[in-house]
Design a binder for this molecule. Sequence first.
Ligand SMILES: NC(=O)c1ccc[n+]([C@@H]2O[C@H](COP(=O)([O-])OP(=O)(O)OC[C@H]3O[C@@H](n4cnc5c(N)ncnc54)[C@H](O)[C@@H]3O)[C@@H](O)[C@H]2O)c1
Length: 252
Amino acid sequence: MQITDTAAIVTGGASGLGGATARALAARGGRVFALDLAPAIEKAEQVEGVTYVAADVTDPEQVQAAVDQAAGSGVPLRIVVNCAGVGWAGRVLGKQGPHDLELFRKVVEINLIGTFNVLRLAAEAVAKTEPLVDDQRGVVINTASVAAFEGQIGQIAYSASKGGVAALTVPAARDLSSVGIRVMTIAPGIVDTPMLATVSDEFRAGLAAGVPFPKRLARPDEYAQLAVSIVEHDYLNGEVIRMDGALRMAPR
Ligand SMILES: NC(=O)c1ccc[n+]([C@@H]2O[C@H](COP(=O)([O-])OP(=O)(O)OC[C@H]3O[C@@H](n4cnc5c(N)ncnc54)[C@H](O)[C@@H]3O)[C@@H](O)[C@H]2O)c1
């Protein structure tokens, strides 16, 4: 599917992987609507072809308004990339006692339910566009994590949320096959984004040393490159692709 003259929604589009994807899609002629929380948008750089829209992915009304804006932009909405997410940590049983239930709920709410909220509302708009070759109308790309498969100590909520994102890929692709919408998920390893901003250089070097090859953290533009490839490759559907340099996370 071509990107030129197509509207795209990128959640978490003001930072990290979403920011890189918004820039990559805009550079290829896409009209990008970058959904993010207002404080993140305030810090985001202005990019030609990218319109920032303040919206919380867990809020149905805010997401519906953003979808309406993208769908009414004058070019068809066909691309959705879900990058909004949080990585808050906590153990099942920590020094302060059992895992905070609200924290667990919140991580699942943003990472899993937020992804699904955008998927369902955007799919309705994409389904109304004119079909292209093979009756394709669009593509949704979600972001899981290698933590969906081998979550580390302290990643119980994050892993559960990302496992849900990985698991919904096939049923979503099946559900939306009748309207010509593909659904794919990218499971990144460790990418050098603001999500890692709080870790020390020493810890960062340790993370890089654990990657078999290439022996470094991934770059956000490598995620964007994969997202662009998925958009352009019409036969990719219903699959989770790891982008991790063959990394398999250890318990800690
Ligand atoms: N960086 C990594 O190593 C890595 C690895 C695997 C998976 N991921 C996943 O990739 C995605 C992007 O992460 P990143 O590293 O770019 O992080 P990031 O913190 O740079 O970007 C995440 C963005 O999501 C936004 N966001 C958070 N909650 C939101 C909400 N409720 N509504 C709308 N926007 C919201 C934040 O404001 C932020 O701009 C996340 O889902 C993350 O779990 C990241």
